[in-house]
Design a protein around this ligand. Sequence first.
Ligand SMILES: *Cc1c(COP(=O)(O)O)cnc(C)c1O
Length: 457
Amino acid sequence: MTAQRGIPSVDLLLSLPAFIQLEEEFGHTWVVVVLREVLADIRKSIANGSTMPDQSHILDDLTERLCGQGAITLRKVINASGVLLHTNLGRSPLSMTSLRELSKIGDSYSNLEFDLTLGKRSNRSLHTQDLLVHLLDAEAALVVNNNAAAVLLSLSALAKGKKVAISRSQMIEIGGGFRIPDVMRQSGAKLIEVGTTNRTHLSDYQTAIDEGAEVILLAHPSNFKITGFTSLPSLAEVVLLANKNQVTVIYDIGSGALVDMTKYGLTHEPMVQEALKCGVDLICFSGDKLLGGPQSGIIVGKKALIDKIAKHPLYRALRPDKMILLTLSSTILSYLKGKVETEIPLYRLLSRTDEELFNTATKVIEALGTGTVLKGESTIGGGSMPDETLDTWLAAFTVPNPAKLLQKLREQTPPIIARIQKNQVVCDLRTVPIEDTTLMIENLHKALTATKENDEN
Ligand SMILES: *Cc1c(COP(=O)(O)O)cnc(C)c1O
């Protein structure tokens, strides 16, 4: 309690020349807000046993917060977790090529909805439409803010008041509260459950159609696997049955891989192109999972259906902004140019060699003079490809208090997100871009030193 009395008041500090200078630069109101945060943090650390910092310390802290990212809490982190599509860490990093495009139009007006030939209003979806059509050989395409929106919008526009058949094995929940049955209900579709949890037969779909189902919804169980006594008709069989009965097939393919993932030693992930070739009417997938672009939802398929979806009032609420359309266009262009592994960060990380990862881990350990290089396993994450791992190399640290080191790593600028494995703190090099290695070494050093000091106190 006595220490608390030592904390200077906001008014007192603001009367000092150095603080007055900051006020002139950043404005009274904002300086007071940030200063209160600084003082609150000091109060907390004193309660935890720290000593009262002097005024110059408070000034430095305040200056750093005002000049740095300040109140912008969304900031860069180094992902050393080994989870490639970490939903909590923003899934796919964006490509430099797409960011360069963004810098060209970000601060100016653009032809977002303007036809430069006719001088008339046009449609924003055209910017991505042609690229997606070329890449996927689809009739048409539409982009919305995420895949959850893509599924909700598609069902709302095409299945409202209609009976929609879905296999019980595909009534899935994706992280963040996305549950297929709830989304179906929200869209106004009438759900007909088909088959059992482990086995669904073509005849089950036939029964649903006989009961009046006008749409079949297929959903890729992205984040779990059913094994053992299971069965599910093939995509081609379902499409054939649906076509015979004039039933629409909508496929929520989830990640929507556009490249064959077996190339990276992973099991085959359903590909958008394959599903389109099978004749599926409509496919919904994410832009920031295995595609490696900005958060977005992509709907591709039959033109008549996409036109109907684009006219639905809900599209207005879910339409993407220019930053999404531009970064997505640029990402798709990387595919069209055959530059996936050089331009798209996710694929750069996926295609890193064992040798490169080992050498980087060794470099980290040698630079720090502590720790060991360990073989490890990275995962895909983002609710994709459960049980799938990629071989990797780890920088591993044995410390008295691993949780404390994890915390110290999170306190760095940029923070490092590592994990604990068998009581060691491990940094997986797979998810750390090679350009971030030096920064990671510096911050690891700082965190290790801070933890050591902590232990000695
Ligand atoms: C990830 C996923 C979604 C949700 O996609 P978002 O882009 O996160 O909205 C929906 N369905 C499936 C099958 C998924 O895997």
